[in-house]
Structure formats: C-alpha cells, structure tokens
Design a binder for this molecule. Sequence first.
Ligand SMILES: [Zn+2]
Length: 398
Amino acid sequence: MAHDAPQAAGHTKLVIRNIGLLLSGALEKPILDADTIVAENGKITAIGRLKDVDTAHATTTVDAHGTTVAPGLIDSHVHPVAGDWTPRQNQINWIDSYLHGGVTTMISAGEVHMPGRPRDVIGLKAMAIFAQRSFWTLRPGGVKVHAGAPVIENEMVEDDFKELAAAGVKLLGEVGLGGVKDGPTARKMVGWARKYGIQSTIHTGGPSIPGSGLIDKDVVLEADTDVVGHINGGHTALPDGQIRCICEGCKRGLELVHNGNERSALFTLRTAREMGDLNRIILGTDAPAGSGVQPLGILRMIAMLSSLSDVPAEIAFCFATGNTARMRALDCGLIEIGRSADFVIMDKAQHSPGKTLLDSVQLGDLPGIGMTIIDGIVRTQRSRNTPPATSVPEIVGH
Ligand SMILES: [Zn+2]
C-alpha cells in the first residue's frame, strides 16, 4: 500500500526554470508567456521570466529542460473506498497509478463500492464523515482525494444535511445511486445540500451496473445538481436530443467521463461549444468502474476530445484543470499566484509524429509525463505509466 504523503519540513522554496511551454488551465488565456515558476511553502508566489523573478535560496530547483508545465490534472469523478485500495476490480495502489497519469486531485462521486455499504441514514452519514477524514489524513502519493460523498436516501431530512456540513462533508455522491431516483425528492435534497454548502452531482443515463437505474433528462433538470455527472453516460448515454436538452436547459457543469460513451462526449462538447459554454466542460474517469481503473484516463480524454473535435489541446487541458477548479472551488488547477503548487511536467512522447506536445495531443497521442509536483514537493519523476517523454525535467539543486 502507498504510505502517507511526505511532509515538507520547514520552509520550502521550489523553482521550476527553463519551462518550454506553460499551460495556465484558464480558458481565457490557456498559454502563459513565462519560463519560470516559484512556489513557497506549497503555494505559487511568482510566474515570469527567469531574470525577473527571485529564485535565490531555493530548497528545490527543477530544470524543465524546455518541456511543458501544466496544473496537476483533476479527476472530477472517482469512486474511492478506503486508502489506496478498490474492491471493484480488487486493485491496490490505483491512486498512486493515477498520479503517474498526472492526476494530483480527485473528487469522489460517492464511496459506493464500500463492501456492505450502509444505506440507513445514520450509517450513510457516518460513512461519509469517515471517508472525508480518512482520505484527508492519508494522501496516497500526495494525491488530494476529496472524499466523503454520501448517496442520498428518501428518509433523509434537512437536519441531516446541516449535520453533514458541520462535520466537514462538502460533496454529495451521485444522486440516483441510492433510493432517491425521482426529480422532486432529488431537487428538495439537493437544495438542502446547497443551503449548507454541499456540492452535488447526479448519475446521468442508463444503469451502470446491475442495481443502479436510469436517470433521464427530466430528472437531471429537475434535480438541478451543481454538476451533471457523466452526461456521456456511465457507460450508457442518453439519446442526443436529451443531452442537448440538458445542455440548453441549465447552466450547470457538464462532466465527460472516460467510463462513458465517447461519441456522446463529443456530441456534448460540440453542443457546449456552439453555446459558447466551454467553461462548463469538466473531465473525470468514473473509475474504478466496471471498465476498471484508468491511470491515464484523464490524459486519454484530453487527447480524444482534442483529436476528434476542433478544440485545441491547450483548451482541452483546461477542462481537466481550471474549469474543474473553478466549478468546485478548489485552490489548485490554475497557474496563478496564491494557488497550490500542483503541477504535471510533460513532453511529447518519444516517436510521436507531432512536432510539439500540443501538436502530438491534437494528433491523438498521449503526452509523456516527466514529473509530478504536489504542494511544491516533487512526488514522481519519469512516469511508469505514460509512453516515455522525449525530454524529462531534472532536479538540479536541493
Ligand atoms: Zn454514475
């Protein structure tokens, strides 16, 4: 099993220099004109040209060797259970494997794979609080897992949401995975959750595994969750007409997942683009699921969406970084002063015909990851999971 994230001792100052391309994560300006980032005590303190920023007294210096730096990727839809283990496909170290795919933050859509998951109200509340606490204490490889996402049941009352919020629960699991499957009840409870600062998501589309059910456009629009969870199905998608109705009928987040229907993901992306709503697109894997664990799932979504649509690669990276961070009020996901120093450093994969990293992604190739950094601390170097990067960054000073 992976162990607790290494803790930085005392003051830290990270300098990343010689950056060839800096992706911001922000749709409005996806590429920044800078070659150096400085982070102190885990937060970004300077972004600019080497000669203009204070790099003195660094505790760690990384030479990016001309490669690409982006915010660490955010997986908006995972189903963690306990520590770095999942019973769904009985795998250990799956979160650590995701880190090797560039994912530094994960959002739970419900700890629904917990064996013997309690469905009574006090039991489901206790499990949510337990999951929130345990994943914040144990961060596999340093990955920030936002967990503790209860799945709502019909017997819940407003005070339950108030109590959950007071205990630190900030998310609901996918509406529809529990007993609440009708629009009016879902809307009432989502409203209670929102009142107490708890974000919500919903299972969209056909049943994912035996025991789950259909959630169609009418339920999705009536429930009015903050995120339309896997609008491209998990895996069975709604008909295109219903997906269009959801896109046009609300302003909520449109989540596209790896464990979903790729054609429907592209249809959603096209629809959002026509509407001028690309800021609503966020990415997840929905793993672990029936289709397994996908350590490169977010990178694969970025390459798939970019190569099969007209969206440039630097925009597709925003779907997995800044868009999600803004929608979910996270302090990471953007290269901005004051944000968490969570980065993924990449280069085009060896032998990709693409001329640059962005060109290779637009051709449908996955980038090679050379390093991940969370809270200003180097967590991994050359990825064990991606195709090998052409150039890799190097730690040149401690
Ligand atoms: Zn689902």
